[in-house]
Design a protein around this ligand. Structure first.
Ligand SMILES: [Zn+2]
Length: 153
């Protein structure tokens, strides 16, 4: 195979790729395979992170990969939400679809939130501060799509 160095090109480059999410997120998504929410806790200030972090968001200390992990439940509190016709993953198309509710949920025991669709809620049922529960897909594969969204408790 001959190699050619391209210094300049015009037009679009299409590349299909996957990227590595890092050791902390790896561990987090491995937990998803067993329908488990794994959090890590800062040894200095006690903040609990879902998703886990490498550096504490509050006191900036580096968190060790092999310490202070905890398993949390599948319930949490809705701290914010939005109703939108756009898909979160559709960043360019902006094709309006039917309305979806997207919620920001703090899993019980955690100090941070994750964002997933709110499933099967009527508009006037959604209240900030309400308790919600994770709905897992039937056969988790160890990735972000293992959580389908949040449902009523
Ligand atoms: Zn900290």
């Amino acid at each position: 195979m001959s190699e050619k160095i391209v210094e300049k090109t015009r037009g679009l480059v299409k590349a299909d790729f996957s990227f590595w999410v890092g050791l902390f997120m790896d561990k987090f998504y491995e937990g998803f395979e067993q329908k488990k929410i794994l959090a890590n806790k800062c040894h200095k200030c006690g903040m609990v992170f879902v998703p886990p972090r490498k550096i504490c968001g509050k006191c900036r200390v580096k968190l060790p990969l092999d310490e202070n992990w905890m398993e949390l439940g599948d319930k949490g509190t809705l701290i914010n939400y939005t109703r939108t016709p756009y898909k979160v993953t559709d960043r360019r198309g902006r094709k309006a679809r039917s309305l979806n509710d997207i919620g920001m949920v703090k899993i019980d025991g955690s100090d941070t939130a994750i964002i997933y669709p709110l499933l099967d809620f009527e508009k006037d049922e959604i209240k900030i501060g309400m308790e919600v529960k994770i709905k897992w897909i039937d056969e988790p594969k160890g990735g972000p799509s293992d959580i389908e969204g949040f449902v009523k408790v």
